[in-house]
Design a protein around this ligand. Structure first.
Ligand SMILES: Nc1ncnc2c1ncn2[C@@H]1O[C@H](COP(=O)(O)OP(=O)(O)OP(=O)(O)O)[C@@H](O)[C@H]1O
Ligand SMILES: [Mg+2]
Length: 370
């Protein structure tokens, strides 16, 4: 079956087609188009929801049209209805920014109603985890990817080897959660952040350091030239007897360190601060994930969300689990599938195929794990 995925929860407008047969262990990408308004938000140092929603409206139809282009050579309206090529539509219905979510949900509902295709509403957070089931084969539509992304695509993660039970660590811009997955559709939330998410903390710390938005990838680059032991930043909740996180104290610690310092002086300290912050976040995420894995004894650990693009987090987690959990495999999505994309939404719909009546689907900005 072929599923058209639509994702508009925040500042990315994305449409994707995935393909898989019943019983397949992974899905194959046919197309994955992403239009990001991140440059606009860099100017304001963060996302202004109204601006994000306006950009979604501008790009939703061109993005869907382009995603469909590998299978339809002509216009969407003339080919979509009669063609059997798309079997279902998957759409993110929450969580996210209400204005942005509505654009995707209403577009998907309209397509579903007009073209009589089943529609599957998908939780965006589950979507991030389902990026792990996307096959690494490079489709033709990706031939223009930059070289380093092609390298990433070839990384040896065997996505068809994921086995349950699995512990999933979701680390995105707005969420930091640990989840136990016993099977597709059987999930238990173990814990999550009590304040800032890890990605949010990186972005806010970036703003304190005068870095542009989003700061996560910039901090990763700066950290390469910094001393991770230069600053003893707190590891919030690292030893608590639960699976919760807290990162706002880390942000406050950086604020105390940098306040009152002239930029000329601060500039020289930034690589050391970046390396120390990144290490504090990695330490907490890795320790809590290992703690959950020791308790629930999963066969797989799955990583998902934009912060998983961070090479140091993956490297250190793999290194630590090698000794502490030798029987547990670590899986993570391709780098370009860590941040928001519609392929992960279509993939989640394939493995949890529950179409809903069009009139029952509404955007839910507060949606969380069931
Ligand atoms: N290489 C990196 N290292 C660390 N953090 C990164 C890296 N690349 C991206 N990020 C962070 O990932 C976050 C964006 O991830 P993602 O797109 O999953 O979040 P989101 O969709 O905005 O949030 P949510 O999914 O919770 O609604 C940002 O906070 C960004 O700074
Ligand atoms: Mg996201």
């Amino acid at each position: 079956m072929r599923i058209l995925g639509i994702e508009t929860s925040c500042d990315e407008t994305s449409a994707s087609i995935i393909e898989a047969k019943k019983g397949n262990k992974t899905v194959t990408l046919v197309s994955n188009i992403i239009s990001s308004s991140v440059k606009l938000h860099a100017k304001t140092g963060g996302i202004i929801p109204e601006n994000a929603a306006r950009e979604q409206i501008k790009y939703i139809l061109p993005v869907i049209k382009q995603a469909l282009s590998p299978i339809f050579s002509s216009r969407l309206t003339s080919h979509f209805p009669s063609s059997p090529s798309i079997d279902a539509i998957a759409v993110t219905y929450g969580p996210g920014l209400i204005g942005s979510l509505l654009v995707g949900v209403e577009t998907a509902k309209t397509l579903s109603y007009v073209f009589k295709k089943p529609i599957v509403p998908v939780n965006h957070l589950l979507g991030h985890i389902y990026a792990n089931w996307i096959n690494p084969v490079i489709p033709n539509s990706f031939r223009d990817l930059p070289h380093d992304e092609k390298e990433m695509l070839n990384q040896e993660v065997q996505h068809d080897k994921i086995e349950f039970p699995a512990v999933a660590l979701l680390v995105s811009g707005g969420h930091t959660d640990l989840i136990l997955m016993k099977a597709h559709g059987s999930i238990k939330w173990l814990g999550g952040t009590r304040d800032d998410a890890a990605g949010e903390a990186l972005d806010k710390i970036g703003r304190l350091l005068g870095l542009s938005y989003p700061a996560g990838p910039i901090i990763e680059q700066l950290a390469k030239n910094g001393n991770l032991k230069a600053y003893k930043f707190p590891r919030p909740m690292i030893g608590t007897n639960d699976f919760d996180f807290s990162f706002s104290g880390l942000k406050t610690a950086v604020l105390q360190e940098v306040s009152g310092i002239k930029y000329q002086v601060l500039r020289k300290k930034i690589p050391d601060i970046a390396a120390s912050v990144q290490q504090a976040i990695c330490d907490v995420l890795i320790r809590k994930t290992i703690k959950a894995a020791k308790k629930y004894k999963p066969k797989s650990i799955l990583l998902g969300g934009g912060v998983v693009a961070n090479e140091e987090l993956k490297r250190q987690l793999i290194l630590n689990t090698k000794y502490e959990l030798p029987d547990t495999e670590i899986f993570f999505p391709k780098k370009f599938l860590c941040t928001d994309n519609a392929a992960m939404i279509a993939t989640a719909a394939f493995f949890n195929y529950k179409p809903a009546p069009v009139n029952k689907i509404t955007a839910n900005p507060e949606l969380y794990f069931d």
